[in-house]
Design a protein around this ligand. Structure first.
Ligand code: IPD
Ligand code: CA
Ligand code: CA
Length: 264
């Protein structure tokens, strides 16, 4: 893709993201929460409206682009063909409902399966993270540097203790400096991207949870793989790690030791 075309799309999407600042406060004021598969699987009018809004934006500005997003059926979408936007309209819905903090909007733009532009908008803190293929990563327009190496013994690592067996949790806790978990795959990943966490592991992400992280990882020299250290397919997702180079192998070693990380 021509540089001018990429800049044109980036400008348009950033303008769209800015419009959210006016819309979100009212949506939160009138928040309606419902459940999906169980009582912990939440969705709100905020998630639905943001996604609907972006769908309209694409229809008006880039009608040939497809939308592959959490709160819709994606049966008709061909994620690896042509121009595709993968969206999580609110990542960290539980945090939005229970804390009104620590949630974000995730957008990944792919052409024929290749990531071209990525956005993670930490709306509550007014931080827009962006990565563009070949042009690096930024926060609110300021360039992000490649994180320094973090050995596991010095690293904070992030994972959900509710979905791992005790042996693995102890193994990870013993080998690392400490554990933190924000509960938003996008924001836990951002901590790794900024060099604050050594690694973030999610054992069951969906495409929209990880769509934006690919470009941040490649632009900043981070590792992003399956938990078998294989290449991740963005259209299918599945167990993943985003990690500082220096602790990637050791974290995977612990996750795969003994009977593995799964709760039996
Ligand atoms: C969830 C969050 C959470 C992660 C789950 C995701 P949602 O996304 O990112 O941190 O552990 O796997 O499903 O449901 O809030 O969009
Ligand atoms: Ca999510
Ligand atoms: Ca979501």
């Amino acid at each position: 893709m021509e540089k001018e075309q990429l800049i044109y799309i980036d400008d348009a999407v950033r303008s769209w993201l800015e419009t959210l600042d006016k819309i979100i406060p009212k949506l939160i004021e009138d928040m309606v929460t419902s459940t999906k598969q169980n009582r912990f699987d939440l969705v709100t009018n905020v998630d639905k409206s943001i996604q609907h809004n972006f769908e309209q934006f694409l229809k008006q500005n880039f009608p040939e682009h497809q939308l592959f997003a959490e709160e819709k059926s994606n049966e008709e979408v061909h994620p690896k063909e042509g121009h595709v936007w993968v969206m999580d309209p609110i990542d960290g819905t539980t945090n939005l409902v229970k804390q009104q903090e620590d949630y974000c909007i995730i957008l990944g733009y792919f052409i024929d399966g290749e990531p071209m532009l990525s956005y993670i908008y930490d709306y509550p803190h007014g931080q827009l993270y962006k990565a563009a293929k070949g042009y690096g990563a930024y926060v609110n327009g300021k360039r992000l540097e490649k994180p320094e190496s973090i050995d596991l013994q010095d690293a904070i690592i992030s994972f959900n203790t509710l979905v791992m067996n005790d042996e693995t949790i102890h193994g990870l806790n013993d080998a690392s400096f400490s554990h933190r978990f924000i509960g938003s795959c996008g924001l836990d990943s951002i901590r790794v991207i900024k060099g604050q966490f050594g690694a973030h592991v999610n054992t069951n992400p969906k495409p929209w949870d990880i769509a934006a992280q690919f470009l941040f990882a490649s632009e900043l020299g981070l590792k992003m793989t399956t938990l078998d250290n294989m290449e991740l397919d963005f259209s299918k997702a599945g167990p993943f790690i985003i990690s500082n180079n220096a602790c990637h192998e050791e974290v995977l070693g612990i996750l795969n030791s003994g009977d593995g990380y799964k709760i039996q």
